[in-house]
Design a protein around this ligand. Sequence first.
Ligand SMILES: *Cc1c(COP(=O)(O)O)cnc(C)c1O
Length: 520
Amino acid sequence: MNMNSEGRPTRPEPADAVAESWTGNKALMLEEALIFEIGTTASTGVDVETPPAVRSRLGGLDRNREIGLAGLSEPQAVRHYTRLSRQNYAIDLGLFPLGSCTMKHNPRLNEKVARMPGFADIHPLQPVDTVGGAFELIHTLGEWLCKLTGMPAVAMSPKAGAHGELCGVLAIRSALEARGDAREVILVPESAHGTNPATAAFAGYKVEDIPATPEGRVDLAALEARLGPDVAGVMITNPNTCGLFEPDMKRISDAVHAAGGLVYCDGANFNAIVGRVRPGDLGIDAMHINLHKTFSTPHGGGGPGSGPVVFSEALAPFAPLPFVEKQGDHYILIEEETAEDHHASSFGRMVAFHGQMGMFTRALAYMMSHGADGLKQVAEDAVLNANYILRSLDDVLEAPFGKGGPCMHEALFSDKGFAEGFTTLDLAKALIDEGYHPMTMYFPLVVHGAMLIEPTETESKETLDQFIGALRSIVARAKAGDPSMHQAPFHAPRRRLDETAAARKPVLVWKEPEQAEAAE
Ligand SMILES: *Cc1c(COP(=O)(O)O)cnc(C)c1O
């Protein structure tokens, strides 16, 4: 034990009996109450003079009592939110191993460019002749996306991956309707991301599963057997959610086309193949690209996002408005369908304006700073890092599809071999104590107790080694049946919350404690 000159320990020891502090704070980990508990209606961070009386034009709808919001002074407000932010995990703090999320470093260059006043301060209702530069940026980004995917057209406005899926499926429906073909079924592999069947159902289709082979790929024979005049199309993720490339993608597309259907590809995992594979060469008709995953715009906690959709020749005429087009050396915004030009069959609009400008700016800065060769290296390094994880853990964790060769950008493990009663959830909670955000758990559904780990290309070997070390230690405890694991996390501000109750019965309105008790 290291001691200071007074014979006191300089660092905590594992065996230290830690006395609870009076405040509940643990040194730098500060407890923080809800703003309603610490704020009062009597305090405020700003003094505003009482406005002069004016005639109300609210038609009798004026508020008739105090609004009752909790007020804080400025330093109290700053501390409240800073303290809360420190209880969060962030990509700027450490490795974020969430599979299917591509939580990579967000280069600061992107942020600098997005904050340039010419981009940051424009307004979507500004006269179009004052925002030519923004249109050029959107158009240039669209061109990069078309080039990288080998597709002829792109719709920039969808605001997330799931929104892009809806865009693609609505274009498929418009194309089928235009040929008078009312097909009702969309086929989705059983390993699909939950948004795929949800999107198809939302667009009015019946969803049917396509089984997976024991190797974790789409069962081509089962797919071919199901194709027919009622099948509008398929939604396939490639690389798929088992972290594997679908080598039969071209054959899948050909079979679907031969049966009169269309092919949607979920491109959320594009990071694994960017610069290496062009989805357009695989016969895909529509694919969304998560700019917030592959092209490194910050995400998590619900936003922001951006999900441009690239289209084949067959679907391009049905793509949504608006479009930025280059005419001569000018960029114009096409907002209305016109009978003469190729937007006549557009299915309509997805959003009020033109898309997520801040995300576009970041994504283009990212692409241009990497260049074509850099983007290719992104895919190669992302796959290399995932395989390093796979091979560094597959002696202690079962990798159900790991024997068939390398994975793509993410490594998938099962809970096989854990002691009786020990689950993936226990492992994830123990990982929090090690200072990591847990990996994606229990997804994809085709693997028991699934753990899906996507390190991305931006992590160093040292970071990966530390993560692997932490996981190996926890896995050993799960296999040995260390009962303390059921209690983890020990060091987080909160322990095991009732996540089901929080999702099913969220408490969205704060009540005074007495009121809350009375209401029970
Ligand atoms: C992230 C993801 C989506 C959804 O994208 P959002 O931007 O979160 O709507 C869809 N499919 C897969 C495979 C994903 O990983």
